[in-house]
Design a protein around this ligand. Structure first.
Ligand code: CU
Length: 174
């Protein structure tokens, strides 16, 4: 998958650049990249469109390098059904605000290009990870979260991603 290989190479490049910057100028971390991260947890409050107590946990992170035109969205999860695929999106607002998909153009099309999507494909142990390079996300403009849905994204399998099964609030930090 060229997209994933490119993304992984980009992350390595960012890490290398950061290491060089740290050695030569000792610049504070927030001068190199903005980072927001959080733990993935199951929903516990019953609600329409939500599956509670899915047992899915993990860690989510968005990295926005200073002055870059892109961000990296990264997700690890476990507790998934073996060999099953799950659609994931960056959503506006906190997990318990149940807002819709983050969109670059609002309102705009519900597409991978206008939103920030990931695809989790669980291994036989129910673990999965994905990382994507997307157009720049401003991590301080408004709250963001990452939502894992019960089924695959619509451009990868018939149907819709379905109910939410787990979520991470993304807290910006320096
Ligand atoms: Cu979603």
């Amino acid at each position: 998958m060229p997209r994933r290989l490119a993304n992984r190479a980009t992350l390595v490049a960012i890490a290398s650049t950061a290491a060089v910057a740290a050695a030569s100028t000792a610049a504070p971390a927030h001068d190199r990249a903005a980072v927001a991260s959080g733990d993935v947890a199951p929903y516990t409050t019953p609600r329409t469109g939500v599956i509670t107590n899915s047992g899915v946990t993990g860690r989510a992170m968005i990295i926005t390098p200073t002055a870059a035109e892109h961000s990296i969205v990264r997700l690890h999860a476990k507790g998934l059904a073996p060999d099953q695929e799950y659609g994931v999106h960056v959503h506006f607002g906190a997990c318990l605000e149940y807002q819709g998909h983050f969109q670059y153009q609002v309102p705009g099309p519900f597409t991978r290009d206008n939103e920030a999507w990931l695809d989790l494909i669980a291994n036989s142990a129910g673990h999965a990870h994905d990382q994507v390079k997307v157009p720049r996300l401003d991590l301080t403009a408004r709250a963001l979260s990452i939502v894992i849905h019960a089924r695959a994204n619509p451009d990868r399998a018939p149907g819709q991603p379905g109910p939410r099964i787990a979520c991470a609030d993304l807290d910006p930090h320096a």
